[in-house]
Design a protein around this ligand. Structure first.
Ligand SMILES: C[S@@+](CC[C@H](N)C(=O)[O-])C[C@H]1O[C@@H](n2cnc3c(N)ncnc32)[C@H](O)[C@@H]1O
Length: 274
């Protein structure tokens, strides 16, 4: 039981080739239910974990660093409060968490960094453990975003980067986040989007053809980097996502496009009704 720096709370895994079937959430081909879909997503990330950081930086030409930083900056006020309870969910290898930590003052409450893919989280935990004594810190938590082992109305901020799109049920994810956020607590969802116009056309060629080929080369397998463009194509477009957020208990919902709309940040505030 246990690896240094990680709270082990959940999950085992199973296999599956990934695809998405509806806009309700990510689904593996052949999955009969949401639990099976989630296990396939979990297993995919466990299998690519050793190459994940390299692939990410190569495939995004390191623009992902800018997106994490812009997201953290958007929440700088709440991050500056040392008592704020902050969760980075679907934290993976911890890059978003690290950007959030830059906004935390010394002596601040540690950030909770949760993921259900143990191999991804283990790498994130190593990053957090390597921080110097006294620096703002993070605690790794092995947990499913749809069933967070956290008290209701206990968090001031939830951020998730490139993870939300992979949830087996988007509405259930938004509702679970609303459950654990305090009334007035903030949510930030950073994820890919499909830009329109000429940029969109050029990007589509890269995203659907070049990216899977490079991914296959570095990673040695087909599935994950075919899944990425397919999952983005099936992800609700901004207007639909904003409607879903409002219907799930959030107010002041916004979408801020990043880099011609290749990615973007959704924000919302947990309303009083939850
Ligand atoms: C593309 S990675 C993003 C990692 C990190 N946030 C980043 O920006 O690099 C997506 C992560 O979401 C996690 N994930 C997907 N569904 C999840 C769920 N239901 N519960 C917890 N983590 C989940 C995966 O395990 C994976 O580590």
């Amino acid at each position: 039981m246990g690896h240094r720096g990680i709270l082990w709370l959940a999950w085992s895994e199973d296999a599956g080739t990934l695809n998405q079937m509806t806009t309700t959430g990510a689904k593996p081909v052949g999955a009969v239910d949401e639990a099976g879909a989630a296990r396939a997503v979990q297993q995919m990330f466990d299998s690519i974990a050793p190459r994940y950081d390299l692939l990410n930086h190569v495939l995004s030409a390191s623009v992902d660093r800018l997106w994490w930083w812009q997201t953290a900056r958007r929440f700088r006020k709440v991050l500056a409060d040392p008592d704020a309870a902050v969760l980075d969910v679907c934290c993976g290898t911890g890059h978003m968490t690290r950007a959030l930590l830059k906004g935390r003052p010394h002596g601040a409450r540690p950030i909770l960094a949760a993921d259900f893919a143990r191999e991804m989280l283990r790498r994130g935990a190593r990053r957090f453990d390597a921080r110097k004594a006294g620096e703002p810190s993070a605690v790794a938590l092995e947990a499913d975003a749809l069933h967070l082992p956290l008290r209701s109305a206990s968090l001031d901020l939830i951020v998730t980067a490139f993870g939300f799109r992979n949830l087996a049920n988007y509405e259930a994810g938004l509702k679970e986040f609303a459950r654990v956020l305090k009334p007035g607590g903030q949510l930030g969802i950073l994820d890919f989007s499909e830009p329109g116009g000429l940029v969109g056309k050029a990007y589509a060629v890269y995203f659907r053809r070049v990216l899977p080929a490079i991914g296959r080369l570095i990673c040695g397998k087909d599935g994950p980097y075919n899944y990425l463009p397919a999952s983005v194509a099936k992800f609700p477009p901004p207007a639909e996502m904003l409607d879903l957020m409002r219907a799930s208990g959030y107010t002041d919902c916004t979408w801020q496009p990043y880099t011609f709309g290749i990615a973007g940040l959704y924000t919302g505030v947990r309303g009083d009704a939850g």
